[in-house]
Design a protein around this ligand. Structure first.
Ligand SMILES: [Zn+2]
Length: 256
């Protein structure tokens, strides 16, 4: 694999603008399940429980279920793995410009990627946002979660008293428009687009590498399973993100 990772590393180093799209596969080594494709989770939970309409109709009941599901499904305090670390190193070295992620776990930032380089298409579980129509409050998730665990369900917005909502995008909820536009712009101006740990089946993430390729960008895919984009990609690694990315990082940083 070393020779092939060296070729990909050279392409990353030679590119003017590199955009990386990450999906659940980048976080599985941190113990985070693939929420959208892991049917095992949805045998135990009903998607409708975590739908935006449920939150709007019954925010207290929503928080009851949210806390129960979180405690069962997520590790209490997940750590970034070498895939996150390698990507953060590449961003800090200037080799990667934008990290677009479908994940809501905040692990790219926890690994040291600067906030302004990370675009979170599905929001962030590290935040809560106010559901009040006229209120723009957003804040850290931990204190709100602690209040909910203490019985305040739903936790109230400190500014206006409306129910606070988890900062990750719920089923049936529209994606944050700013993140979507930023990701699209990054795809358009990139000359190398790297997909990591995403099966490219969830829109609009799936169309980002196509947008880049339509404008002449080189495509690379690191994913355990085949993706619909593999046929257009110059580099395909059917392998784990935490195996491939540290090698790529080492070649890029050594080569400079
Ligand atoms: Zn508010």
């Amino acid at each position: 694999m070393t020779e092939r990772t060296e070729l990909l590393a050279r392409a990353v180093a030679d590119a003017d603008a590199v955009t990386v799209l990450t999906g659940a596969g980048v976080s599985t080594a941190s113990g985070i399940p693939d929420f959208r494709s892991d049917d095992g989770i949805w045998e135990r939970y009903d998607r409708d429980q975590f739908d935006i309409r449920r939150f709007e109709d019954d925010p207290g009941g929503f928080w009851n279920d949210w806390l129960a599901a979180r405690g069962e499904v997520f590790p209490a305090d997940p750590d970034p793995n070498p895939a996150h670390g390698s990507l953060a190193d590449l961003v800090r070295a200037g080799a990667v410009d934008t990290l677009v992620t479908q994940n809501t776990d905040g692990l790219h930032q926890a690994a040291g990627a600067p906030d302004d380089a990370v675009v979170e298409l599905h929001g962030s579980g590290d935040r809560v946002v106010c559901s009040g129509a006229a209120c723009r409050y957003r804040g850290p998730a931990d204190p709100a979660r602690e209040r909910a665990e203490g019985g305040e369900r739903p936790p109230a917005c400190p500014d206006c008293g409306s129910p606070l909502k988890p900062g990750s995008v719920l089923f049936g909820e529209s994606l944050p428009e700013y993140a979507h536009l930023t990701a699209h712009a990054a795809a358009e101006r990139s000359d190398l687009f790297l997909v990591v740990g995403s099966s490219l089946t969830v829109e609009p993430a799936a169309s980002l590498p196509e947008t880049a390729a339509d404008r002449g960008a080189t495509l690379a895919v690191v994913n355990l399973d085949p993706t619909p984009l593999d046929g257009r990609a110059s580099y395909v690694f059917q392998n784990r993100a935490e195996t491939v990315l540290p090698e790529v990082r080492d070649h890029v940083l050594d080569g400079e």
